[in-house]
Design a protein around this ligand. Sequence first.
Ligand code: MG
Ligand code: MG
Length: 246
Amino acid sequence: GIPKTSGEIDAMAAAGRLLAAAHEAMAREVAVGTTTARLDAIAEQVIRDGGGVPAFKGYRGFPATICPSVNDQVVHAIPGEYALADGDLISIDCGAVLDGWVSDAARTYAVGDVDPVVARLIEVTRRALDRGIAAAVLGNRVGDIGHAVQTEVEAEGFTCVESLVGHGVGRSMHEPPNVPNIGEPGTGEPLVEGLVIAIEPMVNIGGPDVTLAPDGWTVTTRDGSLSAHWEHTVAITSSGPRILTC
Ligand code: MG
Ligand code: MG
């Protein structure tokens, strides 16, 4: 993507704050019995009340504001009447557009009492995102981010989905460069000042392979193992990585 000016990054941060508010509102409602359609409605309300537009709705025909991916669903699931059950894991991906600028972020939650490995999967994925963000500094390259994420994940015995990647963000939700969750240090696109990227580890308990469900949207793990997803939109600045979606 084209590097953003500091003013443009501030505008993107406003979009990111609105998205964070939508995530906070959904977080309060994640509980046994809540439907994914209800979470979707909450997110859309917060975004529209804040003067924004849901980024996902209508994107290539996607019908909703959030992608609520439960258990072995990795990403891109469609909200509906499914009610969260005790022991579920749900990752919620959402995007908001404000004044023409896009923000993109995902969070994963445990529902009720989960198996300890589920709690560990969520925590490791979140930590992998933190490690990736820490590597998003001037002088590094995209491969340094992937390497940081991959190292954290594989040390815990989990795997990164390789066929889905992070991306540049700006006026469009998906801009160059791709930001894989695996990589070799010192390789790939240089991280230049003003570059804004979505860093988004998708982590599976089992193997890294995924399949597309018959609905044409939902991506699931091939082996049926559970998957978690954390994402922030981050700007590369001279004073370090700036998380825009918080
Ligand atoms: Mg996303
Ligand atoms: Mg994304």
